[in-house]
Ligand binder design. Structure first.
Ligand SMILES: [Zn+2]
Length: 264
C-alpha cells in the first residue's frame, strides 16, 4: 500500500516534466523487460542512521530498499546500453548505506565492488520542504545519478576522474543525463542556463539529452559505448564517432544554447 502511494506520487512528477525543446526524434520508452533477468549485482542495504527522522521517512516510503535499488539499476542499464549483450561494466555488489552525515549522496569503490551512501539529513531536508513526494522524487533522482557511476563506461587513454577534466565532465554529465532522461529532475525548471558542457553535471546532462531528443534517439547509449572505440577519448572525437565526421562538439553546444533560448 505504501509502495503504491509512493509510485503514484512519483509517476505524477515524471509526467510533469517539460523541457525548453520539442523532441523531434523518436525516443522509445525503455525496454525494461529486456533487462529483467540481468544480474545487477548483489545489493545490500544498511541503515546506519536508524535513530534519525530521515531514516523513519525513508522506510515509510520505501518498503523494500534492495528491490527499489535494483529496479532503478535496470532503468540506468536500459538508458546506457542497447542490450545485456553489450560490453557492460560488471558490478558484483552494491553496498548502499543510509547515513546521518553531511552531503547528499556519493558513490565509492570500484572493480565491481560499489558503495553508495545516502544522507538521512538530505531526506529530512527534502521532507521539511515539500513532503513525501519530494523525498521520493529526490531519492530516485539521486539514485539514478549514483547508479550511473556504477554501470557507465569510462574514457580511456586520457587519465582519470581526478586528473582529467574531460574525463570528469563526461562521467558527471552522463550521470545527470541519465537522471534527466528518466524524469529525475523538474524539466526546464532544473536546467541551469548558460555555462558550458565542460561544467559537467546538469549543464552537460541536459545538453546530451537535447542531442538525443533532436538528432539520435540512441545518443546516450552510443555516447557511453564510444569510450570503447574512441581512444584516447575526447568529446569531439566521440561526437564524430557517433554522429558523423562533419560534426563538432562546439557547434552542437552553440546550436543547443540557441535552441533553448540561452543565447540569442
Ligand atoms: Zn556524480
Amino acid at each position: 500500500m505504501i509502495m503504491l502511494v509512493a509510485m503514484a506520487l512519483l509517476s505524477q512528477s515524471v509526467v510533469a516534466q517539460e523541457f525548453a525543446w520539442e523532441t523531434t526524434t523518436k525516443v522509445k520508452p525503455l525496454n525494461l523487460k529486456r533487462w529483467a533477468k540481468y544480474d545487477v549485482g548483489q545489493i545490500n542495504f544498511h541503515d546506519k542512521a536508524t535513530h534519525s527522522e530521515g531514516s523513519k521517512i525513508y522506510h515509510r516510503l520505501i518498503a523494500e530498499p534492495e528491490a527499489y535499488i535494483s529496479e532503478q539499476a535496470r532503468t540506468v542499464l536500459a538508458t546506457l546500453y542497447f542490450s545485456p549483450k553489450d560490453n557492460i561494466t560488471p558490478v558484483n555488489s552494491i553496498y548502499y548505506t543510509l547515513e546521518d552525515r553531511a552531503g547528499i549522496s556519493a558513490k565509492g569503490g570500484g572493480n565491481g565492488k560499489v558503495s553508495i551512501f545516502y544522507s538521512s539529513r538530505h531526506v529530512e531536508k527534502s521532507h521539511s520542504g515539500q513532503g513525501d513526494e519530494k523525498v521520493m522524487f529526490e531519492t530516485r533522482g539521486v539514485l539514478l545519478h549514483e547508479l550511473t557511476h556504477a554501470y557507465q563506461l569510462e574514457p580511456q587513454g586520457i587519465g582519470t576522474y581526478g586528473t582529467n577534466k574531460v574525463f570528469w565532465a563526461f562521467i558527471e554529465g552522463m550521470a545527470d543525463a541519465v537522471r534527466v532522461a528518466n524524469g529525475g529532475f523538474y524539466g526546464e525548471k532544473d536546467r541551469p542556463k548558460g555555462g558550458h558542457y565542460m561544467d559537467g553535471y546538469r549543464r552537460a546532462g541536459y545538453f546530451f539529452v537535447w542531442i538525443r531528443d533532436n538528432y539520435d534517439p540512441d545518443f546516450l547509449r552510443k555516447f557511453n559505448l564510444s569510450t570503447l572505440d574512441v581512444v584516447p577519448w575526447s568529446f569531439d572525437g566521440a561526437i564524430k564517432h557517433v554522429l558523423g565526421e562533419k560534426y563538432d562538439i562546439e557547434s552542437w553546444w552553440e546550436e543547443y544554447q540557441r535552441a533553448v533560448g540561452d543565447k540569442k
